[in-house]
Structures are given as structure tokens and as C-alpha cells.
Write a protein that binds this ligand. Structure first.
Ligand SMILES: NC(=O)c1ccc[n+]([C@@H]2O[C@H](COP(=O)([O-])OP(=O)(O)OC[C@H]3O[C@@H](n4cnc5c(N)ncnc54)[C@H](OP(=O)(O)O)[C@@H]3O)[C@@H](O)[C@H]2O)c1
Length: 314
């Protein structure tokens, strides 16, 4: 069912909450003339927020940067950006002292790239801005070796005011060479590999740090990774991708929040967003609440996980 204010004639997509809200919504329920009524973020579709409006609000963004610098101790500003980002600036609740947000941009059928690894760009301009904002608000951005191999990203904050995060690359067996941009250019990069991975303590300009392997899930032991980063003062962490990396954080119960952008694209093949152990029943999946934000032409799902993990990963 399509929300009358978000239907295809607006070039927008399904408002997932609308069907549920419709019965309780006097404005939407009063007939076709009501479709002409102005949409308002605090109205009946109140959980769908237009954060692109906040793109014009420089002062709100500056206030969020100030909140970041105050360690979350100041009062958050009011506005659509603050509703989305302020939870990431709150003091961490987990014992390891970290607040971890994962993010992926996926097609409607759950792909983050083609099978050959091409992912630019699944999301639109709003999603790119959103990603740079997450970088600016976090101390460190974490990515998997697959993304470095395919994209050779810089992971800097270029689309909005804000500092560059420290880059953290996960490469268990040190398969990556030194020529990628994260290993050659500022800002600082940490390469995290297994304790038993051979090689020197630097890769290009990156510092190499070692961690135990995760015997259950493969890769590195992520609770140890969070403790190691927290010990270096890197407590607000942005896991930017790819699918294997975000899935491993989810499976390990190491995500406080998840931001998933869904773009109006169907691929029918490609690299999956989430890969977890097989679930036998729907009830074995992870069910959650979400808030939906319009990120024209995409939709952003903001999901508070609070370190929850699917039943099949326990
Ligand atoms: N649409 C999006 O939002 C988005 C975002 C990022 C990337 N991408 C695309 O996604 C593709 C890559 O994604 P992907 O899922 O194949 O790979 P990925 O998550 O980028 O990297 C996977 C690899 O990273 C290492 N790794 C990940 N988690 C680890 C952990 N906990 N401990 C140790 N090592 C870990 C492992 O490398 P080893 O196996 O070598 O140990 C693993 O095979 C690229 O095509 C990229 O363009 C899309």
C-alpha cells in the first residue's frame, strides 16, 4: 500500500508505517481531498522524517558537531538531523565503553554491490552526504578488506564540515598490499590482523595491530577489537561496510545501531547486504523497531539494536 504523500507520482517510495497509521490517522482517512493536506514530520506519518530538510540547516549540524566535541554532555539541538544523529552522540552504555553504528546502502532486493564488486552508487546524493556525516561524528570508521580491495576508498569527510575519522581496516590474514589509499594518505589508519598473521608492524603508513581470531565466526574477535579501540580513545565507531563486516558485527552482538539505506533499485544478483547462519523459522530472525527517514530518492532505516543479535548467532 502506498502512502498518498509518498506515492510514485512524487518519485518516492513506500512509507512502510503508513498502512498501520492509516486507520488512526484522521487526515489520511478523510478521503481523497485530504491528500492535498501538507505532510508534516510530526503528523500521522510522524516516524517518517525528511532529513534532507536538515541538509539546509547548517546551524543544526554545527550544534551536533559541538555535541560530539562535548562528549555528548551538552543538550542536543532540535530538528530532523538531531533526531537521527543525537542517539549516536549519547554516552556509550556497553561495558566496553564503545558506541557502534553499522551502515549499508542496499538495493530493494538486499544487494550492496554487483557480483563483480561495483557499488557506486547504490544510494543517491542524500546517502553519500549521510555517510560523510557519520564519518564526521565518529572517532573511527571500520571497513573490511573486501571493500578496500574493490573500492580503494579514502574514508575521509569531504561532503560536510567535520573531522576525518581514524580508518580501521580488518584484514585477518594480511592479504592487502600497501598501495591502497588508506595505507598511503592521511588521516591515520590502523590495520587489524590476526595475532598469528606474519609481517611487519607497518603497512605503508598504517600501524598494524594484532587481535585474537574469533573461533566461532571466523575473522577477528570483535569484543577484543572494541576494547583495543576504546583503549586508544576511539569509542564512537562507524562500521561502514561491506556486507561481511557489518554482518560479523551483528552476529557478534557488537552493534548499538544500524542505519540501512534502501534504494529504489532491483539487481536480482550481487553481493548480499547481510549474511548470517541459516534460520530455520521466521521467529529465529532478529525483529526490531525502526524509524524511517526520507533520504530522497532513498529511504533510511534507523534501527536501535543495543547490541542485540539474532537467535541463530547465540
Ligand atoms: N553498498 C554499500 O553500502 C557498501 C559498503 C561497503 C562496501 N560495499 C561493496 O561491498 C563489497 C565488499 O563487501 P564484502 O561484504 O564482500 O566484504 P567486506 O565486508 O568489505 O570485507 C570482507 C573481508 O574483510 C575482512 N573482515 C571482515 N570482517 C572481519 C572481521 N570481523 N575480522 C577480520 N576480518 C574481517 C575479511 O577479509 P579476509 O577474508 O581477507 O580476512 C573479509 O573477507 C565491495 O564490492 C564494495 O564495493 C558496498
Amino acid at each position: 500500500m502506498l502512502c498518498p504523500r509518498w506515492g510514485p507520482e512524487k518519485g518516492r517510495v513506500l512509507c512502510p508505517r503508513w498502512a498501520l497509521k492509516r486507520a488512526a490517522c484522521p487526515r489520511l482517512n478523510r478521503g481523497p481531498e485530504k491528500a492535498a493536506a501538507p505532510w508534516h514530520p510530526s503528523g500521522p506519518c510522524g516516524k517518517v522524517r525528511r532529513i534532507m530538510d536538515g541538509m539546509r540547516s547548517g546551524s543544526e549540524w554545527e550544534a551536533l558537531l559541538a555535541l560530539r566535541d562535548a562528549g555528548g554532555a551538552a543538550a542536543p539541538p532540535c530538528g530532523p538531523l538531531a533526531k537521527l544523529f543525537a542517539p549516536l552522540l549519547a554516552p556509550p552504555r556497553a561495558e566496553d565503553g564503545c558506541l557502534v553504528v553499522g551502515r549499508l546502502a542496499q538495493t530493494l532486493d538486499g544487494r550492496i554491490a554487483t557480483l563483480s564488486g561495483s557499488s557506486q552508487w547504490i544510494g543517491g546524493r542524500g546517502d553519500i552526504l549521510h555517510t560523510h556525516r557519520l564519518r564526521a561524528l565518529c572517532h573511527a570508521v571500520v571497513i573490511g578488506a573486501g571493500t578496500v580491495r574493490h573500492d580503494d576508498p579514502r574514508l575521509t569527510t569531504r561532503e560536510c564540515p567535520g573531522a576525518d575519522p581514524v580508518r580501521v581496516v580488518l584484514d585477518t590474514d594480511r592479504r592487502l598490499g600497501p598501495d591502497y589509499r588508506v595505507f598511503q594518505e592521511a588521516p591515520p589508519t590502523l590495520l587489524l590482523c590476526a595475532e598469528d598473521a606474519p609481517g611487519p608492524d607497518r603497512l605503508g603508513r598504517a600501524e598494524v595491530l594484532r587481535l585474537p581470531r574469533d573461533p566461532l565466526r571466523g575473522g577477528l574477535h570483535l569484543p577484543s577489537l572494541l576494547r583495543l579501540l576504546a583503549g586508544r580513545g576511539l569509542t564512537r565507531l562507524f562500521v561502514e561496510g561491506g556486507g561481511v563486516t557489518v554482518s560479523r558485527f551483528l552476529a557478534a552482538g557488537c552493534l548499538d545501531r544500524l542505519h540501512v539505506t534502501v534504494a529504489p533499485v532491483l539487481l536480482g544478483s550481487g553481493i548480499p547486504a547481510f549474511t548470517l547462519p541459516e534460520a530455520a523459522r521466521i521467529a529465529d530472525g532478529l525483529r526490531f523497531a525502526w524509524t524511517v527517514h526520507a533520504l530522497d530518492p532513498d529511504v533510511l532505516f534507523d534501527i536501535p539494536l543495543d547490541r542485540a543479535r539474532p537467535q541463530v548467532c547465540r
